[in-house]
Design a binder for this molecule. Structure first.
Ligand SMILES: [Zn+2]
Length: 264
């Protein structure tokens, strides 16, 4: 009897991702199967594609689940629950869900304190297990969160990166009525713009070197944008600086001209 198959985008090696048939996964007692509706491509997926393996356990199995080798990528996704293990309580078949893709080691001392993000070894759905670039994905029950009816699946696929941005803004200490500068207007930087506005920032200045991204930043509510390639970039920024209270630096700008300029 042949095993039921689905299409999946699977990582074999750097520059080698294949869309091919893969077996449809089944659930363990504390696992949830999700039919994927939307999935986003994360920067970490690009890193695995460009020069992986980074986090994919290509040679040694990931200790928490034994996963090794060929991996279906994708951890930013939304979908509908189609199967639950017998011990799963918090979601049921038909629920609309997203996942918080971090693996938790039950023996980590951080689980007790609620800081499960510090649990080791670090593991992610779609990197240390098969992920959401497929019709179906199976995840651990503690990863699954139901989404409200008024949230679309497309929006749902953005919940994980949006959480990163909300956390960045929260950690920055930004308070109501303050001003901030956000360096880097990639997807996370742009989500930071929205999170900063939602947190009550009065002024949100965005610096990037790509005009298209700066246009998008303005469209979603940035009060001022500055192109880091401009000759007067530092002057324009320093003119705005006396009013600025908070700086939020997104990682992707480190390699860019803007960051070099800033450090001079
Ligand atoms: Zn991600």
């Amino acid at each position: 009897m042949s095993v039921p198959a689905m299409k999946a985008a699977r990582w074999y090696a750097a520059k080698d991702i294949r869309v091919e048939d893969a077996p449809i996964p089944s659930t363990g007692s504390k696992q949830v199967k999700i039919e994927v509706q939307y999935a986003g491509i994360c920067g970490s997926d690009l890193h695995e594609y460009a020069h992986g393996p980074m986090l994919i356990p290509a040679n040694v199995p990931y200790p928490l689940n034994g996963h090794i080798g060929v991996t279906t990528l994708g951890h930013e996704f939304s979908g509908v629950v189609t199967e639950v293990g017998e011990e799963v309580k918090q979601v049921k078949i038909g629920d609309r869900v997203v996942v918080e893709p971090l693996f938790r080691n039950p023996e980590s001392p951080f689980i007790v304190t609620g800081e499960y993000n510090l649990s080791e070894p670090l593991g992610f759905v779609g990197l240390t297990s098969n992920g959401g670039f497929a019709r179906f994905v199976v995840v651990e029950d503690y990863m699954v969160h139901a989404i409200p009816d008024n949230m679309s699946f497309e929006q749902g696929a953005l919940v994980e990166p949006a959480a990163v941005a909300v956390y960045a803004v929260k950690s920055s200490g930004l308070k109501l009525g303050q001003s901030c500068v956000i360096f880097g207007a990639g997807p996370i930087g742009l989500l930071c713009v929205q999170a900063a506005i939602a947190a009550g920032a009065a002024t949100v200045i965005v610096v990037d070197v790509a005009e298209k991204r700066l246009e998008k930043a303005l469209e979603i509510g940035a009060t001022q944008v500055i192109n880091g390639k401009e000759k007067m970039f530092r002057l324009r920024l320093s003119n705005s600086l006396p009013a600025v209270q908070i700086f939020i630096l997104m990682q992707q700008v480190y390699r860019q001209h803007t960051m070099r300029e800033l450090l001079v």
